[in-house]
Design a protein around this ligand. Structure first.
Ligand code: ZN
Length: 215
């Protein structure tokens, strides 16, 4: 898959995801607030763009939607200080971190990695990227998620426990960030199940509106 940010095209490199980045969501998961960002990854092959079918995994328990701000990296960097982090952002959009919730609970209990529940084909749903302008406030982006017209999730990036600059700086101490890297920055509260036939919409006044029909 190729992603466009304005006139620029790039191939997605890696998909980083931040867990428990909103206090209310950590609470609904009965998980403590983390002391530093909780990081996991999805393969770039798990991305589903708008217009592509959103196929839910079958027979593996409940599949939850997690609406998230997604940040696209446009400039390479290692050990990026927080005050320079936004200079590495090419674009932003909204996405859905699809999660096999029952399976994730079992994996957590067994102390095993989350990949089976988080990184399956089609698990990284992504809207159209909009170019990032340094004048906008990345920590004041509102977002809503509806399923069949009913509001499920509502949040604002100002509620993040670790703001975007801190996430970028943290990730860049562990990986050299590359153009085409995507970062799912965590979900506000209100996550819930999806079933085939559901219509899911994610929208933000600052970014746009995207929707998929689940199969
Ligand atoms: Zn998530």
């Amino acid at each position: 898959m190729q992603l466009n940010v304005g006139m620029n095209q790039f191939d997605p490199a890696r998909v980083f995801c931040i867990g428990r980045n909103y206090a209310e969501h950590a609470k609904e998961m009965h998980a403590p607030k983390p002391a530093e960002p909780v990081v996991f990854m999805k393969p770039a092959t798990s991305l589903v763009a708008e217009g592509q079918p959103l196929v839910l995994p079958q027979g593996r328990g409940s599949v939850h939607h997690e609406m998230e701000l997604v940040v696209a990296i446009g400039r390479e960097g290692r050990d990026i200080p927080q005050h320079k982090a936004l200079g590495h952002v090419a674009g932003v959009t909204l996405g859905i971190d699809l999660t096999l919730r029952d399976l994730q609970s079992r994996l957590k209990q067994a102390g095993q990695p989350w990949e089976l529940s988080k990184s399956f084909d089609g698990s990284a749903v992504i809207g159209k990227l909009v170019p990032w302008s340094m004048q906008s406030d990345i920590q004041n982006i509102s977002m809503r998620c509806t399923v069949n017209g009913t509001l499920r999730q509502q949040g604002n990036t100002r509620e993040m426990l670790f703001p975007v600059v801190e996430i970028i700086s943290f990730l860049s101490r562990h990986w050299r960030l590359l153009p085409g890297d995507l970062i799912y920055t965590g979900t506000p509260a209100g996550v819930g199940p999806l079933v085939p036939g559901d219509r899911i919409g994610i929208e933000s006044t600052e970014i746009g509106r995207f929707q998929w029909e689940c199969r």
